[in-house]
Design a protein around this ligand. Structure first.
Ligand code: F6R
Length: 261
């Protein structure tokens, strides 16, 4: 696992966007796994700026959604599909056909979950999966004590996540759906490169557990320790709990340029 400490969220977004642009230079039709929430927004903004100035070729990229609320009507502005259409597909000029995601409105949810796992595999697997981290250590919506081998399935959000996400629903926790579909931890670990971005003091404890704690289902993000190519990009505030911050800074400062992100 590589840990990169950047000054702030904007720098983190730019670093990750440059990494995605590099991937697309080598593999223009890459399947990019995209997360929602506040954290990845600077990545999408930086990527759109690279595309506008001809430094990222988004013409063949395909994108895959990480998770989705269950039960929001199709087209609800806070469904993750709507958010990604608004924040990623539109600004990057992608065609909606290049976008795949789980169906949170399906009548038969277990079948929809299994179908999404199969669709990801049939699409050749995710090349780079962008992840945020919950204050309780979740990745995707794999809440604490999710199986580290889990596949795409339905989960129930913790009270902490419901409270964290109420800001997207007029501050009303009762409007946040209790249930979600999320790629499982086992599914996420199949992506070829995992890039977790965390910004702000509120993420410091979860980041420290994920990076320096034991691999344990109680901190789902700690599963990244088992992945052969995982990059954790944190701003100074989110790095606040890392014991090995000095080493991570030293390693990154001396990283050979050819290694890329
Ligand atoms: C959403 C997702 C979640 C978020 C996490 C952090 O697609 O995967 O794991 O990344 O809840 O959310 P923010 O970035 O809003 O703090």
């Amino acid at each position: 696992m590589e840990v990169v400490i950047v000054p702030d969220a904007k720098a983190g977004g730019e670093l990750v966007a440059r990494g995605i642009a590099d991937l697309l230079r080598h593999k223009p039709h890459a399947l990019l796994g995209v997360a929602t929430g506040s954290t990845p927004l600077p990545v999408y903004e930086a990527l759109a700026a690279l595309a506008r100035t001809g430094r990222a070729d988004m013409s063949q990229v395909r994108i895959a959604q990480l998770d989705e609320y269950v039960g929001l009507p199709s087209g609800h502005p806070e469904s993750y599909r709507s958010v990604l259409l608004r924040e990623v597909v539109g600004p990057l000029g992608l065609s909606p056909e290049a976008f795949m995601g789980p169906d949170g409105t399906a009548v038969d949810l277990p079948t929809a979950c299994a179908a999404y796992d199969s669709a990801l595999a049939e699409a050749g697997g995710v090349d780079l999966q962008l992840l945020g981290i919950g204050t309780d250590g979740h990745i995707g919506f794999n809440e604490p004590c999710s199986s580290l081998a889990s596949r795409t399935r339905i989960k129930t959000l913790t009270q902490q996540t419901l409270a964290d996400n109420a800001r997207f629903f007029d501050g009303d926790v009762d409007q946040v759906p209790q249930h979600v579909i999320t790629q499982g931890i086992g599914t996420i670990l199949e992506a070829r490169h995992l890039v977790l971005l965390a910004t702000g003091k509120g993420k410091a404890e979860a980041v420290a557990s994920a990076v320096e704690g034991p691999v344990a289902a109680v901190c789902p993000a700690s599963a990244l320790q088992m992945h052969p190519h995982a990059t954790v990009v944190v701003d100074e505030a989110a790095a606040g709990g890392l014991r090995l911050a000095g080493y991570f800074r030293h390693a990154y400062a001396n990283k050979p340029e050819w290694q890329g992100l």
